[in-house]
Design a binder for this molecule. Structure first.
Ligand code: SF4
Ligand code: SF4
Length: 224
């Protein structure tokens, strides 16, 4: 199977961008969260993303943004599912990675969760973008408004180069300064602080994402 065909399939299934990282780029992954821990014999990680429609971020209500986020999770999960199914039909061992929940790790004290594979870091290693100080993956064309998915495969596929562009201008700290929870330090995010503000329930019992300031204030919202 060649990489170009897989990327074409991902595009037909709804991905706007797709990159491939060889497994040896994941040497710094935490124990248990390395691609080979998830899929024995994994040689390549296919990472893809779809553009997240932007207008919902400007709504005064958190409901539209939450709605769009939930549809993006479904879309990326369907791409992962369909792509891994096609690859399996072609005789390739392929394991789809959920685009959000379920978490494989949860630290209740820190309210810190971790998916089975860090899709943001996989995106960096597959050349899809660079992490900003807001800890979001920023792509040259689509900015931080992307949602990610991945499939692990047993084939050695042609790798994409890691992105070499810069995303945070010298001296920019808009996201750090704007965060009402002081949850960002320029490298990591304090998930407990962030969750206290960004995840809430409406009186009717619905779950909403109630903060996206660090995404919205970034000059790279829709591209660099
Ligand atoms: S989502 Fe809100 S609370 Fe969380 S890090 Fe971003 S600005 Fe801070
Ligand atoms: S707001 Fe500035 S510092 Fe934060 S991620 Fe965007 S460019 Fe980087």
């Amino acid at each position: 199977m060649d990489a170009a065909t897989i990327k074409e399939w991902a595009g037909v299934m709804g991905a706007d961008i797709c990159g491939i990282a060889p497994v040896d780029r994941f040497a710094d992954a935490p124990p248990g969260f390395h691609p080979a821990d998830i899929c024995e014999g994994c040689l390549s990680v296919i990472v893809f993303a779809s553009r997240f429609p932007t207008n919902s971020i400007y709504s005064s209500s958190p409901a539209p943004y939450t709605f769009v986020r939930n549809r993006m999770v479904e879309r990326l999960d369907m791409i992962s599912f369909a792509l891994s199914e096609e690859l399996e039909r072609a005789g390739i061992v392929s394991v789809p990675i959920p685009s959000s929940e379920p978490y494989d790790f949860w630290d209740a004290d820190r309210r810190h969760g971790r998916g089975i594979l860090s899709l943001k870091h996989a995106g960096v290693l597959a050349g899809l973008g660079v992490l900003g100080k807001n800890t979001l993956l920023i792509n040259e064309t689509f900015g931080n408004m992307i949602w990610l998915g991945a499939v692990l495969v047993s084939d050695e596929l042609a790798a994409d180069p890691v992105a070499s562009y810069t995303v945070c201008a010298d001296g920019c700290s808009l996201c750090l300064d704007s965060c009402p929870q002081h949850a960002l330090d320029g490298t990591t995010i304090d998930q407990r602080r962030c969750r206290e503000r960004s995840m809430s329930s409406t009186e009717g019992g619905g779950w909403v994402l109630s903060c996206n300031i660090c995404r919205k204030v970034c000059p790279n919202l829709t591209g660099i």
